[in-house]
Design a protein around this ligand. Structure first.
Ligand SMILES: [Zn+2]
Length: 317
């Protein structure tokens, strides 16, 4: 069976794995991301590829990173976590490791993994929203990963949903990321804590720990605390509204939600479905997609990157 390597460069760690054609991980590694040093990062990725290649016949290497990658999956225009501007990462890596390399946006890689081997494998058209610190997006249309003309498409976290809304790290205002992300959930939880009433448990936890974080709010959601669940509900309503607009453009059969916040499961999906139906244009005439939680969780980036690289090599052989 053809094996490929997938590497996922995150803000804090680099994960790598040898992945087979069925999306199964044969071997994996993980190291901390060298902070703020592009040369050290490249060395760490090369070292990981070499370690993973020992005693394995590798057909290709896929590297996933946050940022804008060109349509040829070769040059990184811009990466928020790394000091890369127009970085020819594919060329550099290929010269050093002697294998075909493909570079892909990390949310796209995760979405592709879900489409091929996870929650999206039964459909031809899928939208995935990754709800982490920010909001990542991936679109599969007609069984193909959608990248856009320049390769920088599917940035669903930066679709504007509130005119003149909250300032976003991208330089605009009112992006979905400011209303549907893990960071947005913390803001909503703090507002509910400030208001008293159902926010009392959130306020007590904030007092005890100095600040609310994802683990504290997640724990309270798990315990079905009414304040924490109300914050998650607000988040879900924004995501549901955004999904209705995305449906008008893309008409997917399925929406998949991944990332840390998605562990809330049905508690997150219920308000998403409700707001989706409320805001769906031509409701009653438009077939309704389903809403599910991602299945591959932490491995989606490496599995998707490996599969995209393997398919790229097959297509260009
Ligand atoms: Zn934005």
């Amino acid at each position: 069976m053809a094996l490929a390597i997938g590497i996922d460069i995150g803000g804090t760690k680099i994960a790598g794995a040898v992945v087979d054609e069925l999306g199964a991980i044969v071997r994996s590694e993980r190291v901390p991301t060298p902070a703020g040093d592009a040369a050290a990062l490249e060395d760490a990725v090369v070292e990981m590829i070499r370690a993973l290649s020992v005693d394995a016949e590798i057909s290709a290497v896929g590297v996933a990173a946050a940022g804008f990658i060109d349509a040829a999956q070769s040059t990184v225009y811009y990466a928020p976590n790394i000091d890369w501007r127009n970085e020819p990462f594919r060329e550099k890596l290929e010269a050093r490791v002697g294998a075909s390399v493909v570079v892909e946006n990390d949310a796209n890689a995760a979405g592709w993994a879900e489409f091929r081997f996870g929650a999206g494998r039964m459909v031809s058209d899928m939208v995935m929203l990754t709800i982490g610190t920010g909001v990542g997006g991936a679109i599969v249309a007609g069984d193909r990963l959608f990248r856009g003309g320049f390769g920088a498409g599917a940035e669903l976290g930066h679709v504007r949903i509130v005119p003149n809304g909250i300032a976003c790290g991208c330089g605009q205002h009112g992006c979905l990321e400011q209303y549907g992300s893990g960071r947005a959930l913390l803001r909503m939880a703090n507002e509910i804590a400030d208001a008293g009433g159902i926010g009392q448990a959130l306020a007590r936890a904030r007092e005890a720990h100095g600040a609310l974080d994802g683990a504290i709010v997640g724990g309270l959601i798990g315990a079905e605390d009414p304040g924490a669940v109300a914050a998650l509900r607000q988040l879900g309503q924004w995501l549901g509204q955004a999904s209705a607009s995305l449906s008008a453009v893309l008409d997917p059969q399925r929406f998949v939600f991944g990332g840390g916040v998605a562990v809330a499961g049905e508690l997150l999906l219920a308000p998403i479905r409700e707001a989706f139906l409320e805001h769906l244009p031509a409701r009653g005439y438009h077939p309704e997609p389903d809403f599910v939680i991602a299945e591959l969780v932490n491995d989606a980036g490496v599995v998707g990157a490996a599969d995209l690289a393997r398919l790229w090599v097959e297509e260009h052989a």
